[in-house]
Design a protein around this ligand. Structure first.
Ligand code: NAP
Length: 220
């Protein structure tokens, strides 16, 4: 699959490493320092392009930009023919990481869908970049769960497959509006990692019975 990544920072390059290892072709874009971007891409075996070129190249566009520059990045796509799946990996953090810039009555994902009407947006916030760049994606014996939200079931399953390929465990969470609650959960992890001393090798895990196997008499 061709993957076009907007934002070649910690997350963009971490995802690139895993996706190239799984046989995908990756084009990186969006940097203030094209020399650095070219060197990084060469090291990872990725291509480099403008944002518009990365979107054009892509079967799936990955958005991996800091929230405050996301509108700028999306303004550089040019006109996009047809619909493209967008894996939104962003979190709408304030620049100082003190909280979310947006939330609960809408979500970063829903705002991105408004900014990029060409995109079938699927929210899936990956594990911390330190994990993506580390030798193992496992915490103990466990993969981190990644909640996958989007209004198009086929697009959700495409992104879920990619989430699995980076070494995380996708959880199909249904519609894009669920991102309103997924994004604050990611903020909780940021706080625990950086303010509460847990460090970045943490993730979420959803405990659940297999569908239909709830014990008799259990509340619905
Ligand atoms: N870091 C994590 O562990 C983590 C985990 C899950 C989700 N997220 C989310 O993923 C997104 C990306 O995070 P990150 O940690 O990868 O960010 P990052 O390392 O700061 O990378 C941001 C990228 O955007 C580029 N960029 C920033 N401002 C720009 C501008 N004005 N013009 C052009 N390029 C610009 C940077 O390019 P240059 O520096 O090369 O100029 C860099 O390639 C964020 O929304 C974050 O909340 C992060």
């Amino acid at each position: 699959m061709n993957i076009g990544i907007i934002g070649a920072g910690n997350v963009g390059t971490g995802l690139t490493k895993h996706l190239i290892a799984r046989g995908h072709a990756v084009m990186l874009s969006f940097s203030l320092d094209m020399g650095k971007l070219n060197a990084t891409a060469a090291q990872l075996g990725a291509r480099v392009g403008t944002v518009a070129e990365a979107v054009q190249f892509a079967d799936v566009v990955v958005l991996a930009t800091p929230w405050n520059v996301t509108p700028d990045a999306l303004s550089q796509t040019g006109s996009v023919q047809g619909k493209k799946i967008m894996w939104d990996s962003t979190n709408a953090l304030k620049p100082d990481l003190s909280g979310l810039a947006i939330g609960t009555t809408t979500s970063g994902a829903e705002e991105i869908a408004k900014l990029a009407p060409w995109a079938t947006v699927v929210k899936a916030i990956p594990p911390f970049a330190q994990m993506l760049h580390s030798p193992s994606m496992l915490i103990g014996e466990h993969r981190s769960d990644v909640f996958v939200c989007g209004d198009d079931a086929d697009a959700r399953s495409v992104v879920a497959r990619l989430v699995g390929e980076i070494g995380a465990q996708p959880v199909d969470a249904g519609p894009l509006a669920l991102a309103r609650y997924v994004e604050p959960a990611a903020m909780l992890l940021v706080q625990l990692a950086y303010q509460r001393g847990f460090g970045a090798r943490i993730g979420l895990s959803l405990l659940h019975e297999p569908p239909g196997s709830a014990p008799q008499g259990a509340p619905a």
